[in-house]
Design a protein around this ligand. Sequence first.
Ligand code: MRU
Length: 348
Amino acid sequence: MLKPLYLTENDTVMVLDQRRLPLEEVWLEIKDVDELASSIKTLAVRGAPAIGIAAAYGMYMAVKDVKEKEKFLERLKIASDVLSSTRPTAVNLFWALKRMEKVAFQNLNLPIGKLIKKLRSEAIRIHEEDIESCLSISKYGCSLVPERAKILTHCNAGALATGGYGTALGIVREAHKEGKVELVLVDETRPLLQGARLTAWEMRYEGIPYRVITDNMAGYFMAKGMVDMVIVGADRIALNGDTANKIGTYSLAILAKSHNIPFLVAAPISTFDDSIKTGEDIPIEERSEDEVLSFLGKRFTPEGSQAFNPAFDVTPSVFIDYIVTDKGIIERPNEKKIKNFLKDENKM
Ligand code: MRU
């Protein structure tokens, strides 16, 4: 299975550098938490679940050589601060940090060596559970995919964005295995081209038929009857179902509604943020304007131009037909349904 990162026997983290894909397949060997934080910030590793997994490994790396408890706690706190400051929208990051902290505090009475081992196991567990979640999302989501489906997707919510297999692209993979996918329309996803570079790379790797389109072509193909379903991932889902995902998702959802095309969000339970009632409170990452003013590192806009660069937008839940999770499907999501769902899963 294609995995974007893994922990080695020597306790370094190997990261497939997604900034360089698909032109080059380069693995980075990450040796400490600062390098790891920088690989998250610069998008060498990206996608909400993969960011969470990377953060968990980062917490472990920060303490793995510590000999005393006091130092352990100090390092853990610094690591958590450094990692929290990398990408504000992906809630899986904060979820994974909390999980690592919880294991640390619950086991503080253990000898230091054993305590550190607990953190190592927890980070690996977070990674393995994410793969399980993706497989489960894929099965649930596949049941909603019609025969001979033409599916449009945005950004990259694939193996590269998760522990492996993917959420939105996991559903596509599963549906392809069942012979249900006629074509995947891959939004290029400006400004950083996660669709054209990464989703196209994954589709090619799997032999799934696809065409890349520019972001502004989606409406055209919907109007032509060339889209049966839109499937996207999520970076954070509020209690009422409002969903933050890559910038451009909101416009796609409105287009899908206008054309009566089912709009699916695929995400593990860890992407729900029960501390946030509506999408208005989801923090949106602002990235450098250079990413908009340049293309593949080359400036193409007139000298002195300025730009906006929000990395995500929020799709109100009224535009979402299904949220497909690892624990089941929430149809026409709203606060009541999500609260009940999370309660059943002991998340609230
Ligand atoms: O800025 P990125 O590339 O990290 O954005 C990724 C997305 O928007 C994904 O759709 C989302 O994180 C879900 S990944 C399973």
